[in-house]
Design a binder for this molecule. Structure first.
Ligand code: SF4
Length: 351
């Protein structure tokens, strides 16, 4: 059952320096400092507004949890621990840097209710990590995930597409490397140029060019297909929209879209439709596409983009799509009388 994750932002606490792309003020929506009363009230209000019935997790994001002074870590764990003791929260998740993982301290975190640790890898290419001023290597990521798994934590990895020095090939190699590392979940987002960052200065000097939205969708659809094929859930694709992002001047450049994941999934469904039409030897009026109800909008595409594309490619005949509740999310079926052709995000041949 999917957990209800309630995020609280550390606002760069525990970070040894600033990575070139990072503006936590914008990403966190200028979140307030974490206080005992604020944490309690946010948890209460989020649970009351949620329709999820799974476990509730408090997440400390937006900094390097294990990089903070140990007393600061304990203070946050005590605040969250009170809610665990009362039964309203079940676990704690934290995000941190791969070079801030220390085996003995992890035992303390575990005893205090931390179940999941998300590692900010961002890339598995050492040159890209250097150019992004991350201050760690890909090997640090592999080691950190290894230690966390050994200690029995759920592990997550964050990846970014389009960092300084990145290329499509390096990004795909990073994806393959993360799959080999074997985290339980991943989060991916394309690089945006936020104001007041080193990246903004590089962009303004013409040294850094962010991906276009089309490039970002194309890179990330490969990642989503590969991770899905490897049974590693992509629990977030694209950044959560915040008021600071929507405000003029917050994002200077980059492939920003508030529904980025939908764009990526729609692109995959278009590729899947093309694959099934090729398997069926063309499309005619007796055929119908079937998808899970939650995927109908992905099949159709934003603004009916996919339907328009297919109809332009295969003539004016309307492409018919129906929902089938028996199908899992991410699957597409083309039915043609008694014949049936199937594919899914995990199996698609990418265009
Ligand atoms: S470690 Fe994470 S939170 Fe800290 S500066 Fe780098 S990207 Fe930002």
């Amino acid at each position: 059952m999917k957990p209800l994750i309630i995020p609280f932002f550390l606002r760069n606490r525990g970070c040894p320096h600033r990575c070139v792309f990072c503006n936590e003020r914008i990403i966190s929506g200028n979140a307030e400092a974490i206080t005992k009363a604020g944490l309690r009230e946010t948890v209460r209000a989020t649970i009351a507004a949620s329709r999820k019935s799974g476990p509730v997790e408090i997440a400390f994001y937006g900094g390097s949890f294990t990089g903070m002074a140990r007393e600061e870590q304990m203070e946050l764990l005590r605040m969250a621990g009170e809610l665990i003791g009362e039964g309203s929260v079940h676990f704690i998740r934290v995000s941190t840097r791969p070079d801030d993982i220390e085996g003995a301290w992890l035992d303390t975190l575990k005893n205090r209710g931390v179940r999941a640790v998300e590692i900010g890898a961002q890339s598995m290419d050492d040159g890209v990590l250097r150019e992004s001023a991350r201050g760690h290597t890909a090997e640090d990521v592999r080691e950190a995930v290894g230690i966390l798994k050994e200690k029995g934590f759920e592990t997550g990895i964050h990846l970014m597409a389009g960092l300084p020095g990145d290329s499509r090939e390096k990004f795909e190699t990073s994806v393959a490397d993360v799959i080999r590392t074997g985290p339980d979940t991943v989060r991916i987002h394309p690089v945006l140029v936020f104001r007041d960052t080193e990246l903004a200065r590089l962009y303004e000097r013409g040294v850094f060019r962010p991906l276009t939205l089309e490039e970002a969708v194309s890179w990330c659809k490969v990642a989503l297909a590969r991770f899905t094929g490897a049974h590693i859930p992509v629990i977030r694709l694209g950044l959560q929209s915040t008021g600071e992002m929507e405000r003029a001047g917050g994002i200077l450049a980059g492939p920003w879209h508030p529904a980025f994941r939908s764009l990526v999934e729609a692109d995959l469904f278009r590729d899947m439709a093309l694959e099934l039409i090729a398997k069926a030897g063309g499309i005619d009026s007796g055929q119908e596409f079937h998808v899970a109800p939650a995927d109908l909008s992905n099949f159709i595409g934003m603004g009916s983009k996919n339907l328009a594309f297919l109809e332009a490619r295969f003539g004016s005949r309307p492409v018919t799509a129906k929902t089938d509740p028996s199908l899992p999310r991410g699957a597409l079926v083309l039915r043609d009388g008694a014949r049936e052709y199937r594919t899914s995000i995990a199996e698609v041949s990418l265009v």
